[in-house]
Design a protein around this ligand. Sequence first.
Ligand code: F6R
Length: 261
Amino acid sequence: MEVIIQPTAELAASLAARIVARELRSNPHLVLGLATGRTMERVYSCLVRMHKQEKLDFSLCRTFNLDEYVGLLPADPNSYRHYMERHLFNHVNVDPRNTYLPNGMAEGLPEECSRYEALINRFNKIDLQLLGIGKAGHIGFNEPLSALRSRTRVKALTPTTIQQNAAFFGGEQNVPRRAITMGVGTILESRWCLLLATGESKAEVIAKAVEGPITSMISATALQWHPRCTVIVDEEAASHLKEKDYYRWIFTNEPEWEQYQ
Ligand code: F6R
């Protein structure tokens, strides 16, 4: 795991976007894993700007989102399909047929989860997976006690997550109770995991995810197992980390990061 601390949330998101852009330029057929949520909005707006100003080309890439609410139509403004269209898909030249999200309206939800897993495998796995982190430590919707080898499945959302997303739905009572999410095991099979967290509200959980013991209570801790995981945080989200000086030293000295300094 590598931890990169950026001075502000804007710079943290811009670094994540530059990494995506670089991967996309070096492999136009990139299979890109996407996340939703407030943190990612800045990343997508950087990518849209790069598409418009620097001709960043999405025409050959495929995208797989981590999750989707159960029971929301794609046209529902709160569905993750709608989020992706609003923040990214409608503003870049990705082929809509190459953008995949689980279908939260499927009649057979277990079959839909297996179909989604099989689809990821058909494209030879995800090259770069963007991740946010919930206050309860989830990646995707892998809520506390998610098995660290779990696959795509339906999960009940915890009260913390429901609370975190209540504002979008006009109150907790309207938040769907379940979502389809890639499993922790599915996420760990991506070739590169890029987790972005910003703001003071993520400081405590980031310290646990990066420096704490691996536990299914905080699914993000499973990323410590991943051979290539980069965590990008702003100063606020980094504020509870104990080894900040070490992370800064690595970022400054590791040749891989020279081009991003
Ligand atoms: C959403 C997702 C979630 C979010 C996380 C952080 O697709 O997978 O894990 O990334 O809940 O959400 P924000 O950025 O809104 O704090």
